[in-house]
Design a protein around this ligand. Structure first.
Ligand SMILES: Cc1cc2nc3c(=O)[nH]c(=O)nc-3n(C[C@H](O)[C@H](O)[C@H](O)COP(=O)(O)OP(=O)(O)OC[C@H]3O[C@@H](n4cnc5c(N)ncnc54)[C@H](O)[C@@H]3O)c2cc1C
Length: 637
């Protein structure tokens, strides 16, 4: 199969407009004849559901949680980018496009990223109209702050709770459509399989997480907006429910998985404390607007920060990258934090931390101003660590945060299975090998509010799928397979808990396929994961019944998928013999320890095709063409 990205012809700035004009339309009166399944109610799924229902389609929306409002998107803190240029500080659509392409280390599609920058401004208008309470300047204009990888202020925010406020906006629109009977909402449902009939996505199998019953749901098209796979590392800043299962089930049904090796390790998280911790907490990148990152100059200096004089501190980001300072992109900031800790300059009990210090900002602006910007983050930090960041610097360390890889989609956000569309963090589309801060919310809402409403209509108009019902044999087959897998998991009755397996998988990946990667370690990791997976199916202890509320069973299903997906991730990492963005192979670095790309051999998207459990997945390459920007070695000096 040849990958066709369906990027429209014509000048970059006209592609999306032309494409929208050329796409087929569904007659408004006919929209109600089409049913669309949307899995996920984070920002991508909620915005898509609301918009499609508003257009007239019949929508069925699913999520794991008891309310759409509990989707992981609610955790997003720092903000959302848009090229409004309210500040007149030099921003433009082109600059947002360029920063994003460069931030992703030239491993994303020009056309997608340009479109993202174009629609960014409409997102802000839409959210303001919904009543999202973005922070404002004294004169009433929406306020902006800076995020990494940009020298302009383009991040719109609502204190440190931007995701929550945006999700409430989308949830309001979703609720309006539920009340209008255009959306049927299915909460506490876990998608276990995708049903493909005659090569097209036609439905899903879900488990009712309360009753344990399996259900079949059919539709004319399916949208996955199921978030990212960061929890494959066990410890991450993702919500505990974030998983790869829906995407992985679709991969096994023919959707290619793109760039699974691209994981974002965020530089500012609360460091790991003990071996029984199950979750890590982010301290938003917005804090790097005012916080200064430093370590003691002398390795092994164990004095408390207050006793270390200015002249004894190393503000290593400001020194090494004077152009961007503390606001270098995440991959660069994370690698440098690790480098300092490897040199023995790490701080805190574990010496796996660096300081993020607000002393100067507090002196300059006063506590009230700082509290207004970051108050809830400071409170959260104090609750978790018992240190008051107004008085002593925060201790931070990189942690798994976001995944740039995901199901491969074309320009229309359609996967390699016709009728299966993938939105938000679940797709691979716009961030290359490193996502810039505040760009995930922008992408999820761009996909849901402004792209899918056009592209899915064209698919439905063209494909005009025949009606099918859930008695079709493909539904039965998927149902029986899911049932058998559940029974198998319950029946093993081994000695190790699900969490115990997941913790071990996470540690294999973190050690060997985390911030810094080596071929020898990757080969070792592959073998270890295979062995762990084999043991899992012999020795996992699930307990309870399948016909009941059973959270261990939920997790067991997801960990079974993580164990397979982890291997795919390592395979992809080994295949990409270069360094780019968050993918850092120690064998490929510049003299200054920056990622060294190989544009001759690896300027492509790697898309993996499943070929059965006993065969290696097949690699397909989508070449990336850069016609508007020059491929350069990234520099943030
Ligand atoms: C702590 C934190 C802070 C962040 N801050 C920012 C920020 O300030 N700015 C920014 O741009 N980005 C930020 N991000 C990233 C951003 O929040 C996410 O990338 C984004 O919210 C993902 O949205 P989504 O709609 O794609 O998926 P999610 O919000 O993850 O939603 C996934 C949905 O899919 C459902 N689902 C998943 N699996 C299944 C299944 N098998 N069956 C049924 N339903 C399923 C879930 O129930 C949920 O409704 C942050 C991330 C974290 C972890």
């Amino acid at each position: 199969m040849k990958l066709d990205s369906k990027i429209p012809d014509g000048p970059l700035s006209e592609k999306w407009d032309r494409h929208r004009f050329e796409l087929d339309l569904v007659n408004p009166a006919n929209k109600k004849k089409f049913e669309i399944i949307v899995v996920g109610t984070g920002l991508a799924g909620a915005s898509a559901s609301a918009t499609l229902a508003e257009l007239g389609y019949e929508v069925k929306t699913f999520c794991i949680q008891d309310s759409p409002r509990r989707a992981h998107s609610i955790a997003a803190q720092g903000g959302i980018n848009a090229a409004k240029n309210y500040q007149n500080d030099g921003d433009s659509i082109w600059r947002l496009f360029y920063d994003t392409i460069k931030g992703g280390d030239f491993r994303s599609r020009e056309a997608n990223v340009y479109r993202l920058a174009q629609v960014s401004n409409s997102i802000i208008d839409q959210c303001v109209a919904q009543g999202v309470p973005f922070a404002r300047e004294y004169g009433g204009q929406l306020a902006n702050r800076s995020f990494g990888g940009a020298q302009v202020s383009r991040t719109f925010y609502a204190r440190g709770q931007t995701g929550q406020q945006l999700l409430l906006g989308a949830y309001g629109s979703l609720s309006r459509q539920i009340a209008a009977d255009k959306i049927r909402l299915f909460t506490r449902r876990d998608m276990l399989d995708l049903v493909v009939i005659d090569g097209k996505a036609r439905g899903i199998i879900v488990r009712n997480l309360v009753s344990g019953n399996l259900e079949k749901h059919s539709a004319d098209a399916v949208i996955l907006a199921t978030g990212g796979y960061g929890n494959v590392f066990y410890l991450s800043t993702n919500s505990m429910a974030s998983n790869v299962s829906a995407a992985f089930a679709s991969y096994k049904k023919g959707a290619f998985f793109a760039n699974p090796c691209f994981t974002q390790i965020h530089p500012t998280c609360i460091p790991v404390k003990g071996s029984y911790q199950s979750k890590l907490t982010l301290m938003s990148e917005s804090l790097r607007n005012d916080g200064r990152v430093w370590v003691p100059k002398i390795p092994g200096d164990r004095r408390s920060p207050g006793h270390i004089q200015e002249s004894e501190r190393n503000y290593y980001l400001e020194e090494k990258y004077p152009g961007f300072g503390n606001l270098v992109p995440r991959d660069v900031a994370s690698r440098n934090a690790k480098l300092q800790c490897d040199l023995g300059k790490g701080v805190g009990d574990t010496q796996l931390a660096v300081y993020l210090d607000f002393k100067d900002a507090l002196k300059r602006d006063g506590q009230e101003v700082i509290a207004r910007k970051y108050g809830n983050l400071f409170e959260m930090y104090e609750k978790i660590t018992a240190d008051n960041p107004y008085e002593t610097p925060m201790k931070i360390y990189p942690a798994v945060h976001y995944t740039m890889g995901g199901l491969w989609v074309d320009y229309n956000l359609m996967s390699t299975i016709p009728g299966l569309f993938v939105l938000g963090e679940a797709n691979f589309s716009d961030h290359g090998s490193n996502r810039l801060g505040a760009s995930a919310l922008m992408q999820g809402l761009a996909d849901g509010y402004f792209i899918i409403p056009y592209t899915i209509g064209s698919y439905l108009a063209e494909a005009s799928p025949e009606k099918i019902d859930v008695d079709h044999k493909e539904f039965d087959l998927s149902y029986l397979n899911a049932e058998a897998r559940i029974k198998k998991l319950i029946s093993i009755k081994g000695k190790r808990t699900v969490d115990n397996f997941q913790r071990e998988l996470g540690s294999i990946l973190w050690e060997n396929c985390g911030m810094s990667r080596k071929n020898t370690n990757l080969k070792k990791a592959k073998k270890l994961i295979k062995e762990l997976r084999a043991e899992y199916w012999e020795n996992v202890l699930v307990g309870g019944s399948e016909k009941d509320f059973n959270q261990r069973l939920e997790r067991a299903w997801r960990v079974a998928d993580f164990l397979e997906f982890g291997e795919l991730m390592v395979t992809d990492t080994l295949e990409r013999q270069e360094s780019c963005g968050g993918h850092f192979n120690e064998g490929y670095q510049t003299d200054e320890n920056e990622a060294l790309r190989d544009d001759k051999l690896f300027c492509h998207v790697s898309a993996w095709e499943f070929r059965g459990n006993s065969r290696k997945p097949r690699l397909h390459k989508e070449p990336l063409k850069f016609e508007n920007v020059e491929l350069t070695q990234r520099s943030y000096k």
